[in-house]
Write a protein that binds this ligand. Structure first.
Ligand SMILES: Nc1nc2c(ncn2[C@@H]2O[C@H](COP(=O)(O)OP(=O)(O)OP(=O)(O)O)[C@@H](O)[C@H]2O)c(=O)[nH]1
Length: 378
């Protein structure tokens, strides 16, 4: 099954209407607290309607998720998956070729471990994750008395999947109305593009989306978001002059008034070493919190997959400053090597919600440890 988001019936942000005196009919059975979107999933529409807000400016709220079963033909789903896998494999082919060649006709000896060490380091896995994987592999080879290269490769595949599995977590929608998301990252990581893709995916899942052009530093970023919003019928809150925190605050207020499902706040790119800009990010977060208790509910860091080991430094710095809830790794279609996810899993396991392998909407997909390792190790 292909699923993109996890969906939870929204919790009312304000008190629901008083219950009727007569005993209410039993609610439909809900097997789990939340359900996944997907071709075969169902969604129980929330029982609490959004509280109408008087004097809401230009109310364009789309109805809160009334998710019909989107029964796509299985063949389409299979096609989509295999084309995604092909693109992911192509993106990571450099690393997968290096790793796979090692095992061709190899003897299980010190040379193999040394070559594997070099390949993992070259794939940006970093010293700690590389050592962790090698130690695990040596142990497994010994315990299971593995003698042939394909069995050792299979053992490595398993170790890597186990290492990456904790990063796998779907983005859960519907927890708040609106769910407020703040998106940060260094310059050019792909924040604005990712916001556009996510908004489109969310719309396809019947979510109403409002965007905040919080990148007030680069005028082109604001334009980019506005044009994108117009094309896709998504409202964008923007201000000519720029206090990004004020834009974010306005967007949250507007999102609440219009009972939007999701508000996404774009922010300007910045390096973690630019301390005043990191302070600005913290301020945006604080001000969003003033606009809505508990918000932002998601703070995503977008990382360019070609950044190598520096990606780990970015995760640590942004996490220390903001308390990240998730990552999006973009551009795994370029010269990216992919190993940095292992480094992140070992050192700062912030969930990877999505990975991107190109500029098209469908090039952004949820991270799956199995798929990723399959692309890396075949
Ligand atoms: N190949 C490839 N390009 C991508 C991907 N994601 C984004 N891009 C491209 O990367 C470039 C930068 O993307 P933006 O979304 O503008 O990046 P940003 O982080 O908002 O940039 P700043 O606002 O300058 O910080 C654009 O040309 C995007 O089309 C991806 O997954 N693969």
């Amino acid at each position: 099954m292909f699923s993109f988001f996890k969906k939870k019936p929204p919790v009312p942000e304000t008190a629901p209407a008083a219950p009727a005196a007569a005993p209410a009919p039993a609610p439909p059975p809900t097997p789990a607290a939340s359900r996944r979107y997907g071709t075969t999933s169902t969604f129980v529409a929330p029982t609490v309607a959004p509280v109408p807000v008087p004097a809401a400016p230009a109310a364009v709220s789309l109805p809160i998720a009334k998710i019909a079963e989107t029964a796509e033909r299985p063949v389409l789903e299979a096609e989509r998956r295999s084309s995604w896998m092909a693109r992911l494999k192509a993106g990571l082919s450099k690393t997968s070729t290096n790793l796979s060649l090692l095992f061709v006709g190899a003897k299980i000896d010190e040379d193999l471990y040394e070559e594997l060490e070099s390949a993992l380091l070259m794939a940006d896995a970093g010293v700690d994750a590389t050592q962790f994987l090698l130690d695990g592999l040596r142990r497994k080879v010994k315990e299971d008395k593995l003698l042939d290269a394909s069995a050792v490769k299979a053992a490595l595949r398993l170790l890597m999947t186990d290492l990456l599995r904790p990063l796998e977590k779907p983005l859960e929608l519907g927890r708040h109305t609106p769910l407020v998301m703040m998106i940060a990252g260094v310059n050019g990581a792909g924040k604005t593009t990712t916001i556009g893709k996510l908004a489109k995916h969310m719309q396809q899942h019947e979510q109403s989306v409002l965007l905040a052009a919080g990148d007030t530093f680069r005028a082109a970023a604001r334009e980019q978001l506005m044009v994108w919003g117009q094309r896709n019928n998504v409202n964008v809150i923007s201000q000519e002059s720029g206090d990004p925190a004020a834009v974010a605050f306005d967007a949250v207020q507007s999102g609440k008034a219009r009972a939007m499902n999701v508000v996404m706040v774009d922010t300007a790119g910045r390096l973690p070493t630019q301390l005043h800009l990191m302070e600005e990010l913290k301020k945006i977060k604080r001000v969003i919190g003033k606009g809505m208790d508990g918000a932002p509910h998601e703070i995503l860091l977008v990382i360019d997959g070609n950044t190598g080991q520096n990606a780990l430094a970015q995760v640590k710095a942004f996490d220390d400053a903001l308390g990240l809830t998730g990552l999006v790794i973009t551009k795994l279609d370029g010269t990216a090597k992919g190993g940095v996810l292992a480094a992140i899993a070992r050192s700062r396991p912030v969930p990877v919600y999505f990975i991107g392998v190109g500029e098209k909407i469908e090039d952004l997909q949820p991270f799956s440890a199995d798929e990723f390792v399959e692309a890396l190790l075949g």
